[in-house]
Design a protein around this ligand. Structure first.
Ligand code: HXC
Length: 515
């Protein structure tokens, strides 16, 4: 056998040893938890055969607590590059079979290297997290590793899309790095996220709590808002990621792929979706589906703050971000969580040059002590800031109610909307006619012989005067009043008209959003 063959055989042996991660027993344990291995996950997510691994032979730096004698395959993380729908991506996947996927310094350096690669090559970064966080045995070196990742997450923010997938019990840095990224994916029964795990809670507080209850997938998709996409299985999660990648740009210097225009499905008939009576709810996602190509809408944070709907769709082949009040939930009011959700989405769209379409139908902000004490002023201000700051094309369609602060906040002309359209059913006023009549005409109503008849008369007067789109259109705050059936056409025209939009912004290092 030639020397070359010997060398090749040695390489193959090394490759297959590393590919076994923490070994067969550890893999069995991983499978018993219903999880794929790190390499299987990458294979399942990327285009078939497209993955090329880097840093397979990296050695760990641990010295203490018996670590010196341990061989840790690739120091517990698989990194490299591959493709999704033919588009290059950079990827890392932590390997729980190797010391619980914990992060030592060499492990961290593999991640920061692939992050730097993604930034240089301007491709999305996907991180599959399955890790107990900083490797306890490595002490401050492990903490240093996470710090270097956080720094890069922040520097990459707004330059390349960063996607985090939580596929195991993730603690400490393994959740803080994802929290700095743009989209977090979780899988029911598999994903757990916490800063301090159940063991620490038991030690410090003496309280027993299960991983699922503390930070399972549903907790983060529905309650905390840490997760943006929820799936029932790893394979469903990978399909969601592939879909998202197809919709968003690979970096802030390139657009998302433009695909040939398709019509929305005929079953989404705009004229019949929204009841003219402003008290009757409907699903605003049906309105979105009547606008977007093929009625294909990718909703983001579907289970969190459902009173606002955000997500991506294509109009005329071009990716657009939608921000919509949802009359089905809490009548579509704005509150702390929905403001946070919308603000963050708007900033993503703005950073990646994705035009924003706002569909408006809301009675205003949610009143109450709870909201005030949770800081609705501070949270609501985030959304005002995000819309005002965004320089991408901004299109608003007022479907029905646009009352009070809600009218201003939902991308009004006054916050810099480029196009504002209203349906004939739009009511643009400081508040609803009933509330307004009760306050403004209280004395006349009380003094009347028949107060109820007087109340009705005053409500009708107020409606006649203000509960329509024509007062705002008369002042140019609304550009024109359109038929519901004309909505897609007007959105298409607005997008085409704003292809070269430029908006001067004052010179500054950066603003100070009300985080
Ligand atoms: C070293 C770790 C580890 C860690 C897990 N392991 N986490 N080893 N450092 N951080 C090891 C375990 O010892 C075990 O090894 C194997 O991984 C599997 O872990 P189990 O505990 O058996 O699994 P499970 O019961 O599913 O629990 C998973 C877990 C738990 C919830 C993640 O292991 C845990 O609480 N780990 C510690 C979490 C933590 O506090 N990390 C530090 C965070 S500080 P064996 O050999 O027994 O199989 C941090 C700094 C950044 O990350 C902070 C940001 C601001």
């Amino acid at each position: 056998m030639s020397l070359m063959n010997d060398k090749i055989q040695e390489l193959e042996a090394r490759r297959s040893k590393v590919s076994l991660g923490g070994g067969e027993k550890a893999i069995e344990k991983q499978k018993a938890m219903g999880k794929l291995t790190a390499r299987e996950r990458i294979e399942a997510l990327l285009d078939e055969g497209s993955f090329y691994e880097f840093d397979m032979f990296v050695k760990h730096d641990g010295r203490e607590f018996g670590m010196l004698d341990k061989e840790l395959a690739s120091d517990g993380v698989v990194v490299g590059t591959g493709k999704i729908n033919g588009q290059p991506v950079a990827i890392f996947a932590q390997d729980f079979t190797v010391v619980g996927g914990s992060l030592g310094l060499a492990h961290a350096r593999e991640i920061t290297k692939v992050m730097d690669f993604a930034m240089k090559m301007k491709m999305p970064l996907i991180g599959i997290n399955d890790s107990g966080g900083a490797r306890i045995q490595e002490g401050v070196n492990a903490l240093a590793g996470y710090g270097e990742i956080f720094l890069r997450n922040t520097q990459a923010s707004g330059v390349i899309p960063q996607i985090s997938v939580i596929l195991g019990p993730c603690a400490g840095g393994a959740v803080y790095s994802p929290a700095l990224t743009d989209f977090v994916f979780v899988v029911d029964g598999v994903s757990k996220m916490f800063i301090t795990g159940p063991d620490v809670i038991k030690t410090v507080l003496g309280e027993e709590i299960g991983q699922e209850e503390l930070g399972g997938a549903r907790v983060h998709a529905e309650i905390t808002g840490n997760a943006h996409f929820f799936a029932e299985s790893e394979s469903e999660c990978f399909l969601q990621i592939r879909k998202l990648i197809s919709m968003i740009p690979p970096s802030n210097t390139e657009p998302a792929e433009v695909i040939p225009t398709q019509l929305p499905e005929a079953k989404y008939d705009m004229a019949s979706i929204v009841p003219a009576d402003p008290t009757i709810p409907y699903d605003v996602r049906d309105v979105v589906k009547a606008i977007v190509d093929e009625s294909d809408f990718l909703e983001v944070m579907e289970l969190f703050a459902a009173n606002i709907v955000v997500g991506f769709g294509r109009v005329g082949g071009q990716t657009v971000g939608f921000v919509c009040n949802q009359p089905l939930v809490l009548a579509g009011v704005l509150d702390c969580d929905s403001s946070d959700k919308a603000a963050r989405f708007i900033r993503f769209c703005d950073a990646f040059n994705i035009p924003i379409v706002t569909l408006e139908d809301l009675p205003g902000y949610l009143p109450g002590v709870d909201q005030e004490h949770m800081g609705v002023i501070r949270h609501g201000a985030k959304m005002l800031y995000a819309y005002s700051e965004a320089s991408v094309p901004k299109i608003t369609v007022i479907l029905r109610k646009a009352y009070g602060g809600g009218y201003i906040a939902m991308n009004s002309r006054h916050l810099g909307a480029d196009f504002v359209y209203a349906w004939p059913t739009a009511e643009i006023a400081v508040m609803g006619a009933e509330g307004a009549a009760n306050i403004v005409f209280r004395k006349e109503i009380l003094a009347a012989e028949d107060p109820e008849a007087m109340r009705k008369q005053k409500i009708a007067e107020y409606k006649e005067k203000f509960a329509n789109p024509y007062v705002a259109a008369g002042k140019g705050y609304v550009d024109t009043v359109i038929k519901p059936s004309e909505t897609r056409e007007y959105v298409l025209m607005s997008l085409a008209a704003s292809l070269k939009k430029e908006e001067p912004t004052p010179k500054k290092k950066h603003g100070i959003p009300p985080f």
